[in-house]
Design a protein around this ligand. Structure first.
Ligand SMILES: Cc1ncc(COP(=O)(O)O)c(C=O)c1O
Length: 308
């Protein structure tokens, strides 16, 4: 495959059957999103939001791009900004892993670390994220930059509805029985759910929420801190569409640790915590008896374990 820029490396990820770490009933298939140039699922939203903003001139040539990130959106934006020649400033909670800041700086971004409000290193809460977002908004104002605003940008959802979802259907060659994904902005979950439900309205679409932090399940948040960086901020995302969610599956920190190791050792897939939580939840859904014994559940391997 000959491509002309890193932009062309975004999307079209392989779909892998996880038959070593999970042996049934049913089958788990997962999109290898960690293979994208920014190392995560967020590359798709980054590309879609910036290309749309350039198209309608909200983002003019050379204009700075500013965003709050847990690290992955920042890396996706850094890849796209490098190819399109925009300076990038990202604000990030100091609780996110230092590996992320290192990658962002390596890609040419200016990284502004924001002190945590109520989280701790490795455990980033919704209030920590809000503090980082406030800093990003202030910088965008000061520097006359384009504020990406991933939690409100509709292109993030469309990116997954028009690429990730159709790719899963095409790669599988049949409709999907279940779809499982943890929720940060919710763009991945909602966009793919739309595409899969359009192909098969019976597809069960399940979100993954950390133990004690399950607003989508309708529970009050008892434990805002968990190790699943990038997801589970203890609030319902602003553009959330509840009609796409059939159920919420819970995963504890210990289960995520266990599945992260399983995926590495049994499948040769060194991925992050949300990816591990997704696979754990997919296995639990298949074992719950809610689906047929030959059901296929799709999920995403959100990012590489090298970011932690
Ligand atoms: C590691 C990781 N997993 C999952 C997600 C969730 O993706 P989305 O924002 O599309 O819900 C993110 C988002 O930043 C992430 O960083």
């Amino acid at each position: 495959m000959l491509v002309t820029s890193a932009l062309d490396l975004i999307g079209k990820t392989p779909l892998i059957t996880l038959s070593r770490a999970y042996s049934g009933p049913g089958r788990i298939v997962a999109k290898a999103e960690f293979l994208q140039p920014g190392g995560s699922v967020k590359d798709r939203a980054a590309k879609a939001i910036l290309l749309a903003a350039r198209e309608d001139c909200r983002l003019r040539p050379g204009m700075p791009v500013v965003e709050m990130t847990s690290g992955n959106m920042g890396a996706g934006l850094a890849v796209v900004c490098a190819t399109l020649n925009h300076p990038l400033v990202v604000t990030m909670s100091a609780g996110n892993s230092p590996a992320r800041a290192k990658m962002l700086e390596g890609l040419g971004a200016e990284v502004v670390l924001v002190a945590q409000v109520d989280g701790s290193p490795g455990q980033v809460t919704g209030r920590d994220v809000e503090a980082a977002a406030e800093a990003a908004r202030a910088i965008a104002d000061e520097r006359d930059g384009f504020y990406v605003d991933q939690f409100h940008a509709a292109e993030g959802i469309t990116a997954h509805e028009t690429t990730t979802g159709p790719e899963i259907l095409e790669q599988l060659g049949r409709p999907v029985d279940g779809w499982v994904a943890a929720v940060g902005t919710g763009c991945t979950f909602m966009g793919v759910a739309k595409a899969l439900k359009a192909a098969n309205s019976a597809t069960i679409c399940a979100v993954v929420e950390p133990y004690g932090c399950r607003p989508l399940a309708g529970e009050p948040v008892a434990k805002a801190r968990h190790i699943l960086q990038g997801i589970g901020y203890g609030a319902i995302p602003p553009h959330w569409d509840p009609t796409l969610m059939d159920l919420s599956l819970v995963v504890s920190d210990d289960e995520a640790e266990k599945w992260r190791r399983k995926l590495a050792i049994e499948e040769g897939l060194y991925v992050g915590y949300s990816a591990a939580a997704n696979v754990c939840a997919a296995a639990n859904l298949l074992q719950s008896g809610r689906l047929e014994a030959d059901a296929v559940v799709a999920t995403v391997l959100c990012d590489t374990g090298l970011k932690y």
